[in-house]
Structure formats: structure tokens, C-alpha cells
Ligand binder design. Structure first.
Ligand code: NAD
Length: 480
């Protein structure tokens, strides 16, 4: 059975502990590879390699660094089909989705920041006849990146690309639930000749190697994407050490559907927003609020649309809805369906594990599930389920829609479906979220600030926000 390896100082090496975790294919429930269980000695080796690589990498002319990263983006793009198949196998997501979204974005992230760093400039502040200030932006040094399982390579590269482009050296930890594409990526880094030690990839358990990365005194900044509870722990460790911290956390995103929306498009897009990637996207719209005058019509069309979603083997090109990422996660999602019923909800469709025939008969498949009849306050509507479960609820006025949307601890993303331009602008101002999509969902421009408010995170990534995070500003003040 294949044992994955860490990537330290340009070499693929086994963990110091000699221990491994099982890597399970969610569509079959079978162990298919071994994940290095990294610990402090691996981290010390990675920190030493990163420290040695930093002077040359940070001093490299920007254009040369950019060219190397473009070469890396090209190599990832050339391997995109292979990476998508690996992602589908490792995560359970449909391969067609992995090709269109995961693989595409992995190379796009690297290409984007390879170019963006050549356009990044800093400010100067004139003081009339007295003097002038200018801001220097230097790389932070060694930075740690920690990423989740829902978009394994996509979110892994979303962090390391800006960090490297800005001249930092990186110690990256992919999720132990989905390590495969980060491992394949380390082989690609070797092929393109990324200088040794510039990027180091350590696999293993979050509480062990993840925590050790956050605690390490010579790692100066942490960019984390994952759950809110983990983010809290990370902040408690990193804040007293005065580390730079970017936290991209969970969501419980509302979708607001008004009677004047483009009905057919909205039904399709709201279903896509709820169930893409089996509902395992931090941005998925899982609380759907519909203006009362169209509630019944919308409900009927929406349930019909959801029931058309094709569940199947993730490796089958016609599959739209694959397996959930793990047995534990499937059980968590199903326990929320049970909770929703106990809280008084009515199941409109789905709600069960789906048993497939053939190679996937032990897989972790859960039907797209729609529930109505629940209040805003119940746990089903307050807690992040992160699976194929959404709720429907009617509203009467714009004010009520905003109050429902803002009524959880989370504040990552929302979408508004209406043809009334004035309402869309007004609501955008009132909605307490990092991202507001109008008549769209998951339409992304990599230059825009990305992140959430409230329990959805601290800080922004994307575009110049990421390059600012991964650099340290220094003001130089000159008196004439
Ligand atoms: P998670 O918090 O369990 O794990 C995320 C990463 O943190 C993993 O690599 C894990 O190994 C590591 N980790 C765990 N404990 C750690 C510790 N004590 N110290 C350091 N690292 C530790 O999250 P998950 O289950 O992998 O991902 C799902 C969550 O991620 C959801 O809540 C989802 O909303 C969120 N998410 C947010 C965004 C965003 O951009 N805001 C994007 C994707 C996913």
C-alpha cells in the first residue's frame, strides 16, 4: 500500500516517528494509502530547511520568483486531470466537479499570485515641505499554513501561493483527511525545481503537527482555514505569541429569495448553492428564506430540482453528488437530520444515507436533504452542519429577511435573489457578512477580499489582502 511522504528541504521523506495514519477512500470505505504521522523532529527539520532557504528566496528578484511560480502553475495545470481524479478518490467529490473547480483553481491560484506580486506596490505619504514617508513591505519570514479537507489542493495553494510570491518560506500542513493532492503537489514542486526548503509540507494530525506549527516560536505568521472551534484554539495559542493570524472559519450562510427574482434561474442556482460539493463548502447557502407570496411555488420547484441531482460513484463522469468525506462526518450530518426532526422540522426530500451498488456499497453517501418548519433559533438553523442539508422558511418583509439572515453567530457569505436593484444595494449594506452575492453564488474574482465577520473569521485573503498579510509594513520617515 502506498505510503505518502513529507516534503522537507526539497526531499520526499518518511516521518521521524515511522508512524502512519490510514487514508480512507470515502466512496468505498476502504483504506488505500498511509499518511505520515509527523511530529516535532520533522517540524524542526522543516524549520531549519526553511530558515536556510529564506535569504536567497526573499532576495530573489521579483520577476525571477514570479517566473518560477508560473512554471509551477503550468505544471499543476498540465497535471490537472490526474489531480482531479486523485481529489475525487481522496475526498469523495464528483470528478467532474473536481476538474472544473478544484484542479482549475489550484493552478489559477498560483498563476494569479505569481502575476499579482509583480504588480504589488506600497504607499508613500507626503508631508508638504516637511518630509515624506514611504512604506517598505518585506516578507514576514517563515509562515505556517493549515488547510481543511473540503477543497484540499485548492485551499492549500490559495495560501502558499501568496506566501511564496511575497518572498516568504512556508511550512504547510494539509488536512490529514485528504492528504493525497498535497503529496502529488510536492512531487510537482520537485519536477519544476522549486528551490529546496522554500516550501515544506508536513502531513499528520491537527492536534499534533498542526498545533506544533502554531506553537513554534520561529514561525511568524499562521494562515488557517478550517472550523470555528479549531480557529479559537489556534488563536488562543498564537495571540499571546503576537503572531500574525489569518482565520478563515465556518459559515451558516443564508440565501434570500424575493418574489421578483428570475424564478427558473434562481431555483437552479439556489440548489447549486446548497448542494455543491455535497454541501461541504464554507460558502454553501444552507438557510433558504423565501418571500411568502412565492414560497409554495418555490418549494415545489426547488424540491423537484434537488431530486434531479445525480448521486453516484465520484469517479463516474456523470455523477453530480459524491460521497461525504468520512464516516464520522456522515454520521454527524445524519445526526443533524435527526435533530431537525426532533426540533419539529418536516422532511421534504432526502434525509437518509444512500447505499449504492458495486464498488461503492460501503461508501458515505447522503441524499440531498431539504427541511421546512423550523425556527431561526433552533440548533439546526444555528450550527454549521457542513453537509447536504438545507432548510426552507418563508418571510414577509425586507426587514424580516435581513433579521433572519443576520441572526446567527456566523457571517461568511450570503446571496440575494431579486430584480429590484435598489433593494439589492440596500440589503448589501445591512447584511453582516464578508461576501454578498447578488443574483449569483460562488462567482469569484481572485482580486477581491475574501473572508468573514463574527465567528466566520478574522482577516481577509485574496488579491492584495493576502499579499499584505504575508508582508510586514515598515514606515520610513524622511525629514527634508
Ligand atoms: P478543522 O478545523 O477540523 O481542520 C482544519 C485544519 O486544521 C486541518 O488541517 C487540521 O488537521 C488542522 N488542525 C486541527 N486541530 C488543530 C490544532 N489544534 N492546531 C493546528 N491545526 C489543527 O476543519 P475541517 O473539518 O478540515 O474543515 C471544515 C471546516 O472548514 C468547516 O467549518 C468549514 O466551514 C471551514 N472552511 C472555511 C473556509 C473559509 O474560507 N472560511 C473554507 C473552507 C472550509
Amino acid at each position: 500500500m502506498e505510503a505518502l511522504l513529507n516534503y522537507i528541504d526539497g526531499e520526499l521523506i518518511a516521518p521521524a516517528s515511522g508512524e502512519y495514519l490510514d487514508n480512507i477512500e470515502p466512496a468505498t470505505g476502504e483504506v488505500y494509502s498511509k499518511i505520515p504521522l509527523s511530529s516535532e523532529p520533522d517540524l524542526e527539520q522543516a524549520v531549519a530547511a526553511a530558515e536556510a532557504a529564506f535569504p536567497a528566496w526573499s532576495a530573489m528578484p521579483q520577476e525571477q520568483r514570479s517566473r518560477l511560480l508560473i512554471k509551477l502553475a503550468d505544471a499543476v495545470e498540465a497535471a490537472s486531470d490526474q489531480l482531479a481524479i486523485a481529489e475525487a478518490r481522496d475526498n469523495g467529490k464528483a470528478v467532474t466537479f473536481a476538474k472544473a473547480v478544484d484542479s482549475y483553481r489550484a493552478s489559477a491560484n498560483i498563476r494569479f499570485f505569481a502575476n499579482a506580486c509583480t504588480q504589488f506596490s506600497s504607499e508613500s505619504h507626503g508631508m508638504g515641505d516637511v518630509g515624506v514617508n514611504y512604506t517598505l513591505r518585506d516578507p514576514v519570514g517563515i509562515v505556517g499554513t493549515i488547510s481543511p479537507w473540503n477543497f484540499p489542493l485548492y485551499l492549500f495553494t490559495w495560501k502558499i501561493a501568496p506566501a511564496l510570491a511575497a518572498g516568504n518560506v512556508v511550512i504547510a500542513k494539509p488536512s490529514e483527511v485528504t492528504p493525497m493532492t498535497a503529496y502529488l503537489f510536492s512531487q510537482i514542486c520537485q519536477q519544476v525545481g522549486l528551490p529546496k526548503g522554500v516550501l515544506n509540507i508536513l502531513h499528520g494530525a491537527g492536534a499534533q503537527i498542526g498545533q506544533a506549527i502554531v506553537e513554534h516560536p520561529r514561525i511568524k505568521a499562521i494562515s488557517f482555514t478550517g472550523g470555528t472551534a479549531t480557529g479559537k484554539k489556534l488563536a488562543a495559542t498564537a495571540a499571546p505569541m503576537f503572531k500574525k493570524l489569518s482565520l478563515e472559519l465556518g459559515g451558516k450562510n443564508p440565501t434570500l429569495v424575493f418574489a421578483d427574482c428570475d424564478f427558473e434561474t434562481t431555483v437552479k442556482e439556489v440548489a447549486r448553492a446548497a448542494f455543491s460539493n455535497q454541501g461541504q463548502i464554507c460558502l454553501c447557502g444552507s438557510r433558504i428564506y423565501v418571500e411568502r407570496s412565492i414560497y409554495d411555488r418555490f418549494k415545489e420547484a426547488f424540491v423537484a430540482e434537488v431530486e434531479r441531482i445525480k448521486i453516484g460513484d465520484p469517479l463516474d463522469e456523470s455523477t453530480q453528488h459524491g460521497a461525504l468525506v468520512s464516516e464520522a462526518h456522515m454520521n454527524k450530518v445524519l445526526s443533524y437530520v435527526q435533530l431537525a426532526l426532533e426540533e419539529g422540522g418536516t422532511l421534504l426530500t432526502g434525509g437518509k444515507r444512500r447505499i449504492l451498488e458495486g464498488r461503492c456499497e460501503q461508501g458515505y453517501f447522503v441524499e440531498p436533504t431539504v427541511i421546512e418548519g423550523l425556527s431561526l433559533q433552533c440548533r439546526t438553523n444555528q450550527e454549521e452542519i457542513f453537509g447536504p442539508v438545507c432548510t426552507l422558511q418563508p418571510f414577509d418583509t425586507d426587514e424580516e429577511a435581513v433579521a433572519l439572515a443576520n441572526g446567527t453567530d456566523y457571517g461568511l457569505a450570503t446571496s440575494v435573489w431579486s430584480s429590484n436593484v435598489q433593494r439589492c444595494h440596500k440589503l448589501s449594506k445591512q447584511l453582516q457578512f464578508g461576501i454578498v452575492w447578488i443574483n449569483s453564488w460562488l462567482l469569484r474574482d481572485l482580486r477581491t477580499p475574501f473572508g468573514g465577520v463574527k465567528a466566520s473569521g478574522v482577516g481577509r485573503e485574496g488579491g492584495e489582502e493576502a499579499l499584505r498579510f504575508f508582508t510586514e509594513p515598515k514606515n520610513v520617515c524622511i525629514k527634508y
